[in-house]
Write a protein that binds this ligand. Structure first.
Ligand code: ADP
Ligand code: MG
Length: 579
């Protein structure tokens, strides 16, 4: 029985394990560590998770979902091929796929999983993550904050005795910043701040919108398929620019039968990203301020997450800190390796027993309180301050405001705003008190926030009435029966079988290339789709194997072409004809 670590990302998810003295990533059936967090429903109603679904985002936008993690904890419905899914159900399908990857790679069953979540995930979002794990049949006791996992791995791998780090995790949909104190075998998260609606996706959108401005297109008027196509083009240009920073590129795309192209260079990209970077700076400033540590005392700025590979981003941070940040070796792997390490610590692996990690509460927690009976707009009486070390526990007493008041009602909030109503309402609790003069009777309220980010509130009145509540989103706090029903529904979804998946990926890639390319190359992509379909229908495994290899090579050539035609050289519709 194995203990695994899971980085359930907005864009990509990874699974890791601690063995042979270090955390290791486990490869999926494609030999890759990153499984795209995408879910698709195929024509026959079967569900596909990962690379195939990612390919189908452009060609089948109505049957494919991505970035659903940004909706965790809400009731937003995703309609995929006529079936509706909630964000935690889609996440459950991703988790189930990762569990399968782990089982196959390890050859054993999974005993328990540690899952990372963005530090800024509130209570609802954490509960939704646990529910997703439950629906995927994964026992999860521990959630770890993503920046804490990244910091844990970095400090462990750096072998340095004493460090103060600022860890910036810039992913596809979220930004997390943490200030970490490392001393011998202790890793102390001093402060965390984040924005769970800011990431590489926003850069893609900004580039796509720039493309529209420059070519006279109107983004809202584009069809979903065209929007996805433009976003994919923007992402490709962005990644290309970060790899070959000194060369500009040309974004070219065929929309409504017309090829439109826009040049993009580092300077333009930086101008496009400026509003996004400004928001990144705000989060960094908040984390550093909360930590109480002066900027000059920070020994290193460590960058993790896919988007931190963007060279204009690294340059921006270099100017901000007047020193070059350290880009992790594989910035997209750091969190998952940290979660693997955490799994190792949890199973008390040799060499890890004495690592101590402390984490902090990312937001303030309190109750709504009034100053007197006339007070119509209650303020937030904070019991647990943001950045308190976990586990945190505090008790405070609240008194009656009116004569003969029979109940003390406690509305529990999370957030940093002065007025309670401006914060997030987590739950309510009420205790009864004996009739008396105002201010004579009271309730002692205790908040206990544990390392997994679960809040427990207890209230005991002077009249002896005692109530306890564990804060869970009422709508996510499902009964056993509801969970069983959801499980039945997910289990009834046919899975595509593995050998099929390989061909499906080829087909989906060809379909995407068909959508992206034009003229002769588009026909070549169509040819590949036809050949593969025929080989599949022929039912001959030998023919299929032969065709598969040939078509794969052909697809790779086309892919190389698709990558190249946005690069450096001026965009020429058909280069060979010019030679
Ligand atoms: P998440 O944690 O949200 O799952 P990742 O850490 O895997 O995300 O990062 C995904 C994001 O990184 C995407 O927005 C992707 O476009 C971006 N990305 C990946 N490679 C690069 C690169 N070389 N340059 C810039 N951005 C990149
Ligand atoms: Mg991530």
């Amino acid at each position: 029985m194995a203990m695994i670590g899971i980085d359930l990302g907005t864009t990509n998810s990874l699974v890791s394990v601690y063995r042979n003295g270090h955390p290791e990533l486990l490869p999926n059936e494609w030999g890759q560590f990153m499984t795209p967090s995408c879910v698709g429903v195929l024509e026959d109603g079967a569900v596909t998770v990962g690379a195939v679904a990612r390919e189908r985002l452009i060609t089948h936008p109505g049957e494919t979902a991505a970035s659903f993690k940004t909706w965790m904890g809400t009731q937003k419905e995703f309609l995929l091929g006529g079936k509706t899914f909630l964000p935690h159900e889609l996440s459950a399908l991703v988790l189930r796929k990762l569990a399968q990857t782990a089982r196959e790679a390890l050859g054993e069953e999974i005993e328990e999983a540690v899952i990372s979540v963005p530090a800024y995930f509130n209570d609802n979002q954490r509960c939704a993550t646990r529910l997703a794990a439950q629906l995927a049949g994964l026992p999860v006791k521990r959630l770890i904050n993503e920046p804490s996992a990244a910091a844990l791995y970095h400090s462990h791998a750096a072998h340095q005795q004493e460090q103060r780090l600022l860890v910036v995790d810039f992913g596809g949909g979220t930004l997390d910043v943490s200030v970490v104190d490392c001393f011998e075998n202790m890793v102390e998260i001093v402060a965390i701040a984040g924005n769970n609606r800011l990431g590489g996706n926003d850069i893609d959108r900004a580039i796509a919108s720039y493309f529209c401005d420059q070519t006279g297109l109107s983004w809202p008027n584009l069809a979903p398929q065209q929007q996805r196509q433009l976003l994919a083009l923007a992402e490709k240009g962005k990644i290309g620019l970060s790899r070959m920073r000194d060369r500009g590129c040309i974004l070219a795309c065929q929309i409504d039968g017309e090829t439109r192209s826009v040049p993009l260079d580092g300077e333009t990209l930086r101008a496009i990203c400026q509003p996004i970077f400004r928001q990144v700076k705000e989060v960094i400033v908040r984390a550093v301020r909360d930590s109480g540590i002066p900027i000059s005392a920070i020994s290193d700025v460590v960058l993790v997450g896919g988007s931190s590979q963007l060279s204009v981003f690294v340059d921006y941070l270099e100017e901000l800190f007047s020193k070059r940040p350290t880009l992790a070796k594989h910035p997209e792997h750091t969190v998952a390796l940290g979660v693997g390490l955490c799994a190792g610590i949890k199973q008390r692996s040799a060499g890890l027993q004495d690592i101590v990690m402390t984490d902090v509460c990312p937001f303030s927690l309190g109750v709504a309180a009034c100053n007197d009976v006339q007070d119509a707009n209650p303020h937030m009486a904070t019991l647990i301050q943001r950045s308190s070390i976990l586990p945190a526990r505090r008790t405070e007493r609240f008194f009656t405001l009116a004569n003969n008041q029979r109940h003390i009602r406690l509305a529990i909030y999370q957030g940093e705003n002065y007025y309670a109503a401006d914060n997030l309402l987590l739950g309510e609790l009420s205790v009864s008190v004996p009739p008396d003069e105002a201010g004579k009777q009271s309730a002692a309220v205790t908040f206990a926030y544990d390392i997994n980010g679960i809040l427990e509130v207890t209230a005991e009145s002077s009249g002896g009435d005692r109530r306890r509540t564990v804060i869970l989103n009422p709508r996510l706090n499902w009964s056993e029966e509801e969970i069983a029903r959801a499980l039945e529904r997910l289990n009834a979804l046919p899975d595509q079988s593995l050998p099929q998946e390989e061909d499906l990926l080829l087909l989906s890639r060809a379909e995407r290339l068909f959508a992206q390319l034009s003229d002769r190359r588009r026909e070549e992509a169509a040819g590949i789709i036809q050949c593969l379909t025929q080989a599949l229908q022929s039912g001959s495994p030998i023919r299929l194997a032969q065709e598969r290899e040939r078509l794969r090579r052909h697809l790779e050539d086309l892919e190389a072409w698709a990558q190249r035609d946005i690069w450096g050289e001026p965009y020429i519709e058909d280069e060979e004809d010019m030679l």
